[in-house]
Design a binder for this molecule. Structure first.
Ligand code: NAP
Length: 258
């Protein structure tokens, strides 16, 4: 960044979003005259929360498409605030930022850590999670993305309570699957009640981190239930911060307040 940004010549920031952190960052930047933020969403959620910044939706068309977007929109800085499991997008962001010579920061919330009393069975991906369920029928709460749950069809001996933001369509070819559509944040007392009322004996979840969906993990701990926890995919080796405040500080270094 060679020019000091100002209201007539703001720093143009693209936030790759889909997370609470991306939304909070765009909210923090909304009133800034010297920073002009826009947000890109994958377009996975039918009714995403409205953001206080221009928002585009849908893939760019791989690395090349993102490079073209960065150039066409004259983006000065890229913040990858995608979901910790959006590994392809994060890899594309790293490659595109390097090719377009645009400074890149990853904003990634820390993973949940195992606490005393947690019974976690950690697995590397959804197929391994399904294999880890074993042969004996179980009663599971599943909190995977609606595009990931189709893998459950490989284990029809279990009963599934599947929770997602948008409906799973078409429904899974499973003899015992029920569906709940809801969006977090969730609270522990309600998660506890849900687990007890549905006689759940294990949860199948991703290690998303953050507070919005942690309540089920705390409730499982209190009830002594197993969590089959999918660990995070590898991320590209780029400058990374864990909080919105740290992302703001990084932007401040690119766009010192005048
Ligand atoms: P992904 O596998 O990393 O990305 C697949 C493709 O989606 C990317 O190559 C890109 O298409 C497009 N894409 C992803 N994020 C984008 C963004 N912010 N703006 C524009 N395009 C984007 O990610 P995913 O398929 O979204 O999800 C993978 C995992 O993340 C799943 O476990 C899912 O449940 C979880 N997750 C994702 C989100 C989200 O908002 N993406 C939210 C919650 C959970 P092009 O190559 O065409 O550019």
């Amino acid at each position: 960044m060679t020019r000091p940004p100002d209201a007539n010549n703001p720093l143009r920031v693209l936030i790759l979003g889909g997370t609470t952190e991306a939304r909070e960052l765009s909210e923090s930047l909304a009133a800034r005259a010297d920073i002009e933020a826009s947000v890109s969403l994958a377009g996975r959620t039918r009714n995403p929360l409205v953001l206080p910044a221009p928002t585009r939706s849908g893939g760019f068309g791989g690395v090349e498409g993102l490079v073209a977007h960065l150039r066409m929109e004259k983006i000065d800085a890229l913040i990858d605030a995608t979901h910790p499991f959006a590994a392809i997008m994060s890899r594309n962001a790293a490659q595109a930022a390097a090719l377009a010579s645009v400074p890149l920061l990853a904003l990634v919330r820390p993973a949940w850590e195992r606490l005393p009393g947690d019974i976690w069975q950690e697995v590397e991906d959804v197929p391994h999670a399904v294999a880890a369920l074993g042969d004996a029928p179980r009663n599971l709460l599943v909190t995977l993305g609606r595009n990931e749950v189709r893998a459950l069809e490989a284990a029809p001996q279990h009963s599934y309570l599947i929770r997602s933001i948008d409906p799973v369509e078409p429904k899974l070819a499973l003899p015992s699957a029920r569906y709940i559509e809801t969006r977090g944040p969730f609270v522990e007392a309600e998660e506890h009640a849900l687990l007890v009322a549905n006689n759940i004996d294990a949860i199948l979840a991703k290690n998303s981190g953050g507070s919005a969906s942690y309540a089920k993990i705390a409730a499982a701990r209190a009830l002594g239930l197993t969590v089959i926890m999918i660990t995070r995919p590898q991320r590209p080796d780029v400058e990374t911060v864990a909080t919105v405040d740290d992302a703001l500080a990084w932007l401040e270094r690119l766009a010192p307040a005048s």
